[in-house]
Design a protein around this ligand. Structure first.
Ligand SMILES: *Cc1c(COP(=O)(O)O)cnc(C)c1O
Length: 224
């Protein structure tokens, strides 16, 4: 039933240049589909809902790296801490501070990406470019005790207009490079730029992405 997964995973993998990490976005797909990808060698999985991630986690082998990629409600933070390899979707300073507080309390270090909002849709989450630059120039990250900011995550506008998509990804990449190349910030391990999904990953990679989050192209369409 899930034999197509290994094949499609292989196709996606072969399409990626070296140095680009693949997150298999398994949200809304059953554990059997994840298992098929796992058996084909995939270890990095992305989920967008806390309950779903927590339900799948015990059903999968221990060496799975779970990436949380959805909007994280503050009341769910505590249950997620210690379970993820990377929380990619930190979209406010308040959430970041809460993740830090809960990580310290749990005695773990949580690796995160900050989500940047550049797309046209008002509905998408994330820091604005100005908010993000202010966060770094005011050195607010220095107050974090148990959280490691590993880079940025972003999405392009939901459109067929490839020029628009490329402009969005370029804006995210510019922000990433400005932060990373600012020697005065003295950041360590700020090196992950997560951009690109099934349909726009080639454009994202051309704009400098080194992590793509691919669901549909591996697992097929989701049934919500
Ligand atoms: C669902 C989702 C994806 C995967 O999208 P596909 O089009 O199925 O590849 C990637 N990133 C985020 C943040 C998502 O929510």
């Amino acid at each position: 039933m899930y034999s197509h997964v290994a094949e499609q995973l292989d196709e996606v993998r072969r399409s990626l240049p070296g140095g680009v990490d693949l997150v298999a976005v398994s949200k809304f797909h059953p554990v059997e589909a994840l298992r098929a990808a796992y058996d084909a060698g995939q270890r990095r999985f992305g989920e967008s809902r806390v309950q779903e991630l927590l339900a799948k986690l015990p059903a999968m082998p221990d060496d799975v790296e779970w990436h949380f990629i959805g909007h994280l409600q503050t009341n769910k933070v505590r249950s997620l801490i210690g379970k993820t390899a990377l929380i990619e979707s930190v979209d406010t300073e308040r959430l970041l501070d809460l993740i830090d507080k809960e990580s310290e309390r749990a005695g773990v270090v949580t690796r995160v990406l900050l989500q940047l909002h550049v797309a046209q849709e008002e509905t998408k989450f994330g820091f604005s470019v100005d908010e993000l630059m202010e966060y770094f120039t005011k050195r607010k990250f220095e107050s974090l005790k148990a959280t490691h900011i590993c880079g940025l995550m972003g999405m392009a506008s939901n459109t067929d207009d490839e020029a628009r998509i490329a402009a969005d990804f370029a804006a995210i990449a510019r922000c990433f490079n400005n932060i990373r190349n600012d020697a005065t910030l003295m950041l360590r391990g700020f090196d992950t730029l997560s951009m690109g999904m099934s349909d726009d990953r080639d454009i994202a990679i051309a704009c400098g992405s080194n992590m793509v989050r691919v669901g549909t192209a591996i697992f097929g369409a989701r049934e919500y």
